[in-house]
Write a protein that binds this ligand. Structure first.
Ligand SMILES: O=P(O)(O)O[C@H]1O[C@H](CO)[C@@H](O)[C@H]1O
Ligand SMILES: O=c1cc[nH]c(=O)[nH]1
Length: 242
């Protein structure tokens, strides 16, 4: 069974998929965190793998950059491959003084300048929110690992190179914990098709302070985020404190 973007059989994906933007990061996660990973999608080089984590089947697949791209992959995974839980594991920028590079942020909600949720919600503003339990379990898993985490409102921008300088001050005023490009779309798709989703991001750069993670720092901090995401799946399976 194939969709226009995923060539796999039903059953090839686990019920839970970790999704970074970069397909090469998906490969890295599969090769370094999953046992017996097997490639289940390579259409457009958007690699998807399924393996196990502490005995639990988990998939990981890239979703590309931006809301249109994540919306395609999330929709097809849910409706054609039976995926029930999606965890975006990405990078983001920071604007707040109390959020720094290396920090992990979790998008309890996602504001956006994209029109996709208004389109699907007939012109009304949809509250683009993460699944509460998945979000709680991600925050608890971060605490287990001793990793500082901020849970709040992410901003999913349509433009990486936003020409409106006043947007930064606006996001600071409204307490945005991180700026990325997909969470609001992911939450809209999950709401439309009855799946659960959350977003965990590592802060890769500070838009106001002007500093960013080195490539070595990126590797270790992203590893921390993967452990949080994978352990949150086990916690979510257990339903309470795993
Ligand atoms: O690192 P990823 O997960 O791709 O996330 C962020 O990085 C990309 C922009 O460079 C966008 O996809 C943004 O959301
Ligand atoms: O989308 C993104 C990702 C990292 N940093 C940003 O400023 N934006």
């Amino acid at each position: 069974m194939a969709t226009p973007h995923i060539k796999a059989e039903r059953g090839d994906f686990a019920d839970t998929v970790l999704m970074p933007g970069d397909p090469l990061r998906a490969r890295y996660i599969a090769e370094n965190f999953l046992e017996a990973p097997r490639l289940v999608n390579d259409v457009r080089n958007m690699y998807g793998y399924t393996g196990t984590y502490q005995g639990r089947e988990v998939s990981v697949m890239g979703h590309g950059m931006g809301i249109p791209s994540v919306s395609i992959y999330a929709k097809e995974l849910i409706t054609e491959f039976g995926v029930e839980r999606l965890i975006r594991v990405g990078s983001c920028g920071a604007v707040r003084d109390d959020v720094n590079v290396r920090d992990v942020v979790i998008g309890m909600g996602a504001s956006t300048d994209s029109g996709v949720n208004r389109t699907r919600f007939l012109g009304n503003d949809l509250g683009a929110i993460a699944d509460f339990e998945m979000t709680r379990h991600a925050a608890d898993a971060a605490r287990d690992h001793g990793i500082p985490v901020k849970v709040g409102n992410i901003f999913s921008a349509d433009l990486f190179y936003d020409p409106r300088p006043e947007m930064v001050e606006m996001m600071r005023r409204y307490g945005i914990v991180g700026v990325e490009m997909e969470a609001a779309g992911l939450y809209g798709v999950a709401a439309e098709f009855g799946a659960r989703a959350t977003t965990i991001c590592t802060v890769s750069d500070h838009i106001v302070k002007g500093n960013s993670l080195s490539s070595d720092d990126r590797a270790t901090t992203f590893d921390d985020m993967m452990r949080i995401a994978l352990d949150s799946v086990l916690r979510d399976d257990a339903g309470g404190a795993a």
